[in-house]
Design a protein around this ligand. Structure first.
Ligand code: PNS
Length: 159
């Protein structure tokens, strides 16, 4: 039984994130997607909205669990008793931040290890921030996010 946590802000979840989760499903018996507040980013979707959108993407898949958490990732990991963290890597530019985060997390909790998975190259340029930027300026983001996320984004834009 090998379980892993895939943490992120997922504001909103993109096809790049979905690609990482599918890859993780091939490696782990359970993948726990943790929607965690990133103090460095201003979210436009509420925690509840982000969780529900991810749950919809994996409806009926019993090895995917989705929940929200406020606080330190190491505390969430200890609470779940899961000490493998998954993070996606897109470009080399992700590496500095990810390396720092993996090492600080291991410093805070020596049992914790981070496994990096490479996204499909077709998502290497994709980020939630860019999706939001394009959508808020009237651009088409259909190929970057799943249909349920697109519907939700469009509904939100009307309000
Ligand atoms: O999708 P993101 O925004 O790159 O995810 C970053 C996230 C939420 C995983 C990271 O900011 C995080 O772990 N936040 C919780 C607070 C924490 O544990 N900070 C110390 C390690 S950076």
């Amino acid at each position: 039984m090998k379980k892993a946590i895939y943490p992120g802000s997922f504001d909103p979840i993109t096809n790049g994130h979905l690609d990482i989760i599918k890859r993780a499903q091939n490696l782990f018996t359970e993948v726990h997607v943790a929607v965690i507040h990133n103090p460095e980013k201003k979210a436009i979707f509420s925690m509840r909205e982000r969780i529900d959108l991810i749950k919809e993407c994996f409806a009926g898949q019993e090895n995917i669990f989705v929940e929200g958490f406020e606080g330190l990732l190491v505390d969430y990991a200890a609470q779940k008793n899961i000490f493998t963290i998954i993070r996606g890597l897109r470009l080399v530019s992700d590496f500095d931040y990810e390396f720092q985060m993996a090492l600080i997390n291991r410093k805070l909790s020596p049992k914790l290890d981070t496994v990096f998975l490479m996204t499909d190259e077709k998502y290497s340029y994709l980020s939630s921030s860019l999706v939001k930027q394009i959508a808020s300026n009237g651009g088409n983001v259909q190929e970057f996010i799943s249909a349920n996320v697109l519907d939700f984004l469009q509904e939100k834009a009307k309000k």
